[in-house]
Design a protein around this ligand. Structure first.
Ligand SMILES: *[C@@H]1O[C@H](CO)[C@@H](O)[C@H](O)[C@H]1NC(C)=O
Ligand SMILES: *[C@@H]1O[C@H](CO)[C@@H](O)[C@H](O)[C@H]1NC(C)=O
Ligand SMILES: *[C@@H]1O[C@H](CO)[C@@H](O)[C@H](O)[C@H]1NC(C)=O
Ligand SMILES: *[C@@H]1O[C@H](CO)[C@@H](O)[C@H](O)[C@H]1NC(C)=O
Length: 308
């Protein structure tokens, strides 16, 4: 078979110019060598084409291979009357590991690079890319695996790279992770919604709140009403709880607080006065003032946004 004269020219030129080329892109360098004895006229490597592009000559086809990290060899075909745009196929393997797929095909030139991936192994489905790093290759790991040969499992739970809900428990698995909604939450683990409150109650930070809409003129009465609903008057230990209750849009609400031994304490017996060690308080200025010995309870005033 006589080579197309045009094709022959390309091949000769290319063998002269390209021996060992380093191409750098985004700070990452790739060194590939296309040895002369890995070039075959009238051959085409089948079944490994990852990209087909149009180029003006074989050299540019080879150059495109540098820019496609998975490329390890090329098939080039001159297309007559194509105004100089010829066919360049980039392959993700070479003839060395796929000898029987290097087929006779008139008009094609096949060129393979030295491929360190023929010897290297990337584990857990990782893809080997030839020509990178001083080892001559690099592994691109599947999500969930890491390290030079992808042999290490990534602990997504530990690294915080999981997509579990904040209300879920994350557990690492080989190559992945599982999410399970916490107690009193339902969902798929990525989206967990609180399911612990009775119908019509509002939830804040795992606690259920209900506004009866009924007025109680004395604390005891309010306490009794709450008790009948298996609830208590609100005990506020944080700004966010305070703000949450303020959003319920009332005029004021009784708080779960009373005077004991001269000091205001929450119903859970924790101090409600800063001077007694309360960790949070929203007392209005001057409060609690004991109102000349008559102040035994407290309310949250929605207007002043403060406790009195
Ligand atoms: C190489 O490309 C072929 C498609 O041409 C694909 O089926 C194969 O999975 C690829 N191999 C690797 C290791 O990426
Ligand atoms: C992890 O899973 C991969 C397949 O995804 C398997 O090849 C490997 O042996 C597993 N490793 C462990 C430690 O179970
Ligand atoms: C979940 O709800 C149950 C009652 O349904 C309760 O006993 C438990 O304390 C709740 N757990 C949390 C974390 O709030
Ligand atoms: C979670 O589920 C709720 C209820 O089905 C839905 O409204 C919400 O958009 C979901 N959120 C996400 C992040 O998927």
């Amino acid at each position: 078979m006589v080579m197309d004269p045009l094709l022959q020219l390309y091949v000769t030129l290319s063998a002269l110019i390209f021996k060992f080329v380093t191409v750098c892109q985004d700070g990452e360098c790739r060194q590939l060598s296309f040895p002369a004895h890995y070039m075959y006229g009238n051959r085409r490597l089948m079944k490994h084409v990852i990209e087909t592009i149009k180029v003006v000559d074989l050299d540019l086809c080879e150059l495109q291979c540098y820019h496609q990290p998975n490329c390890a060899s090329i098939n080039f075909k001159v297309i007559p009357k194509s105004k100089g745009l010829h066919e360049c196929e980039l392959n993700n393997a070479t003839h060395r590991s796929n000898d029987n797929e290097l087929m006779n095909k008139d008009g094609y030139v096949y060129k393979g690079a030295e491929n360190a991936c023929d010897r290297a192994g990337c584990e857990n489905g990782g893809i080997c890319q030839s020509g990178f790093t001083d080892k001559g290759y690099q592994c691109v790991c599947l999500p969930g695996f890491t390290s030079a040969h992808c042999e290490k499992d990534v602990d997504e739970c530990l690294q915080g790279t999981h997509s579990c809900s904040a209300y879920a428990v994350c557990s690492n698995t080989n190559g992945s992770y599982n999410c399970r909604c916490k107690a009193n939450h339902t969902g798929d683990g990525r989206n967990c919604t609180w399911s612990g409150c009775p119908e019509g109650w509002k939830v804040h930070n795992y606690l259920c709140y209900y506004v009866t809409g009924e007025a109680s003129s004395i604390l005891k009465d309010a306490q009794e009403k709450c008790k009948k609903m298996s609830a208590t008057l609100p005990i506020i230990k944080s700004d966010s709880a305070n703000n949450f209750i303020l959003m319920l849009e009332r005029v004021w609400v009784w708080l779960g607080m009373e005077r004991k031994n001269g000091r205001m304490v929450w119903f859970d017996n924790t101090p409600a006065e800063l001077s007694e060690g309360a960790l949070y308080n929203a007392w209005n200025s001057g409060e609690p003032n004991n109102n000349e010995g008559n102040e035994d309870c407290a309310v949250l005033d929605f207007d002043k946004k403060k406790v009195e």
